[in-house]
Design a protein around this ligand. Sequence first.
Ligand code: HEM
Length: 462
Amino acid sequence: MTTLTTPSTSVSTLPGRHSPLIFDAAREIQRKGFLQFLHDEWQRHGDLFRVRIGPRDMILAIHPEHVYHINVGQRDRYDKRESYNIVRELLLGDGVLTATGDAWRRQRKLMSPFFTPRGVEQFMPIMIGDAQQFVARWQTKADRGETVEMLDEMMFVTASIILRSLFTTESDETLLELKDDVETMIQFVSTYQNSPFKLPMWVKVGRNGRYHRARRRVHAYIQSVIAQRRAMPVEHWPDDLLSKLMRARDEETGEAVSDALLRDESITMFFAGHETTARTLTFAWYALARHPEVATRLRAEIDAVPGDRPPTIEDLKRMPYTLQVIKETLRLYPAAPLYARDAVQPDVIGGWRIPAGATVILSPFLTHRHPDFWESPERFDPDRWAPEREAAQHPYAYHPFAAGQRICLGNTFSLFESHVLLAMLARRFTPMLVDAGHQPQLDMAGTLISRNGMAMRIVRRA
Ligand code: HEM
């Protein structure tokens, strides 16, 4: 499927889709969803193609060699600029996800130690504690025979885990209010980004008004937590992510993180760190319900290793099949199905000249379905992740967490969390699809969504 061209052809002749009128493409996208739309364009045009819809102009790069080229080989030619402006301005400020250049490098270096496997182990007690409370919640739901929307369930538990990891000492009620406010902000930004007609931000009524009020409360809340800690001796600070960030010092300048940046990083962690994991787990429950043979193997592993007690780090290492199920879920259902890079210098990809200023979109969703790199790509098969088969894969055919220097900072956190939750919940429950033949209609709304939801019943394991 790789596109062959003579060296250095102008991108103006790159095959692709051009819809000068938004409505032409909009109808099609509305009908089939943006991901299916891109999938069809990929089938038509090959691994590098251009999509122009109204004023939007993007180059899609699907081949694993492109993934390597943009994220690693020629990484200095790309950054997160215009494509991230709305998220930067309305939500994450200068947090590590949207920062650029030296500011990004400093923040990433400062935060990386908290997210290594050793760093993440410290959050295990929070993950276990929340999972235990969640087991009690599901026991009640199972006894009542309740139907749940699985995404809401998984959002509930992953939001609690990330908020407790950030602000250990806060009450459940406070954290719930904070969660609602940050989710209002995220929802607003996601809709605003995709809307062709935007109300100016100085209009403070309706949805704009709700966003502004939520933002004010979130900023004031985080500021007050920081102030309370600053008023205490450092040795009395709780040992959570916020304190770790407050204690951290820049290696070269010795400077501490400013209050504004502490706030931006806290919002960034919440934004990046719960919905993605919640969506992954939702699709994992779907896959387990559709593949009973996989569920049986997974439960046999859980029974044999931690059994009824909460898993330890050592247990997780002895539960490779559970991790294979998570990896395969992230292949077929990558929670971040697309991510963007802005060319800051001209480049050449696969013989095509990419001008500075172009927006290049990478797509885990499409690369993970590339038939040259995945046998029967649409089949859910955790055995692809058996060590010898994983070692034979192209290293950039799989990038659910992006790749290279800007790879997801929380990937280990997320894998630990998913591993713990699956182990503790699958041991006790067998969530069943309400409609046994349910087929999720996949689409993109910031993250990978199922347009027709994921209605399930919580059933105690027989
Ligand atoms: C299954 C769960 C997750 C998936 C699929 C995922 C995926 C991604 C992807 C694709 C990116 C690159 C985004 C871009 O370049 O625009 C990213 C970046 C990031 N993620 Fe995750 N993520 C997950 C969980 C988490 C968690 C749990 C945390 C934090 C606790 C987190 C924190 C971050 C941060 C801070 C970045 C920015 C890194 C940088 O630019 O240096 N993520 N993630």
